[in-house]
Design a protein around this ligand. Structure first.
Ligand code: MG
Length: 387
């Protein structure tokens, strides 16, 4: 099998609004057609990717598709059917055995669906991904229901539609010869040529972006997809004193924590976890420990800096989970006060903050009471470039 893909992106996409056709609009950080092309270009079973673009979109395409291992684009025709035929004809010199034809405006195509289509193509000449109609269908005229349509046996169809390459090329040529130019999908062209079309399970997420609401929804979905995790660890030694500060709360003790600032190991671990989640170095990157201006400061300024950087990335905290490892002092009775300090700093509810304490079973430097350790894990959600 030598499988090619034709990606049809010739439409002007006027229904989607915006300055550019929908296939050239941004979703998240990525242009729609780039996302679609790259899904096929990186799929191991796809040998060739042939884009079909609209006349006058050459510059947009070059800017969007740079760096992808694909064939040069061909210019589409006045209808979807003509554009598909142009893509199929352009592949003739490469002699593929099979071809998948896919809408550029379906960027959420999964490798699994591509696999399903190709697998069935080894046994069938035409394969169509489809979903059973779940909603009741009505025929409507002038805003009034005329009849209810029996939905049994009704399917909605998607792309990529897979074909034996010689068969679908011949079918398209026959349709063109017969003066037929308004088929809205390639399976209809195959049906017209008398080919049998088999169904394979489609994918709910493989939806077509048609309207500006579709683009907005895709953006929202991607926003919630950009979830990061960060981890931080900090250790401070004990020295002579009468209290330790953890998560901004002073706790009476027979020693204090040694450090340049207030030595709040828990808040330092939390700060490093946030910086880690956004790839912004660590606490020492932003607050060099030998800089006298940080002497004895409250560690909340470190956390505030990490939060400011997080916001600069368009991020917010999902939750924070801290563990303090120490033989003494006992932490648990101070946890409510610690959460009350952290909640406004992290801008999340106390129900999204966990502070746990454990001993080291008398082992090691913690067990001997020489110091304590804190670890923190945070989840952050980033809102990146919006279209
Ligand atoms: Mg520290």
């Amino acid at each position: 099998m030598k499988v090619a893909a034709v990606i049809v992106g010739g439409g002007s996409g006027v229904r989607a609004g915006g300055e550019n056709p929908k296939q050239y609009q941004l979703i998240g950080n990525s242009i729609v057609i780039y996302q679609t092309l790259s899904a096929f270009a990186r799929h191991p079973a796809i040998a060739l990717v042939q884009p079909v673009i609209g006349k006058g979109h050459e510059g947009l395409f070059a800017a969007a598709a740079g760096g992808l291992d694909i064939l040069p684009p061909v210019i589409g025709g006045a209808t979807r059917q003509e554009s598909c035929r142009a893509g199929l004809v352009a592949l003739e010199a490469h002699a593929p055995t099979h071809v998948l034809i896919h809408d550029a405006a379906r960027p959420f195509i999964s490798a699994a669906l591509i696999d399903r289509v190709i697998t069935l193509l080894s046994a069938q000449d035409c394969v169509l991904p489809a979903l059973l109609v779940a909603d009741t269908l009505k025929r409507v005229q002038d805003g009034t229901v005329v009849s209810t349509i029996d939905r049994s046996g009704m399917w909605t169809v998607q792309t990529p539609q897979g074909f034996s390459y010689p068969d679908i090329l011949a079918a398209h040529r026959k349709a063109a010869r017969d003066g037929k130019s308004d088929f809205t999908d390639d399976a209809a062209v195959a049906e017209y040529a008398g080919l049998a079309v088999a169904l394979v399970a489609g994918d709910e997420s493989n939806r077509k972006l048609t309207t500006s609401q579709d683009i907005a929804r895709a953006n929202r979905d991607l926003v919630t997809d950009d979830i990061r995790i960060g981890q931080g660890t900090d250790v401070h030694a004990f020295e002579a004193g009468d209290h330790v500060t953890l998560c901004g709360v002073p706790i009476p003790h027979t020693a204090q924590l040694k450090g340049h600032s207030d030595a709040d190991a828990a808040m330092h671990a939390l700060t490093d976890a946030i910086l880690g989640a956004i790839g912004e170095g660590d606490i020492g990157t932003h607050f060099p420990p030998n800089d006298p201006q940080w002497k004895d400061v409250a560690s909340s300024i470190f956390l505030a800096k990490a939060m400011a950087l997080l916001k600069a990335h368009g991020g917010r905290i999902g939750n924070a989970d801290l563990t303090i490892l120490s033989e003494a002092p006992k932490i648990s009775s101070h946890v409510p006060a610690m959460k009350a300090v952290l909640s406004p700093l992290l801008e999340i509810g106390e129900d999204r903050i966990a502070i746990k304490a454990t001993t080291a079973e008398t082992l090691g430097f913690i067990g001997r009471g020489e110091g304590l350790m804190a670890t923190a894990t945070v989840l952050v959600k980033l809102r990146t470039a919006m279209g």
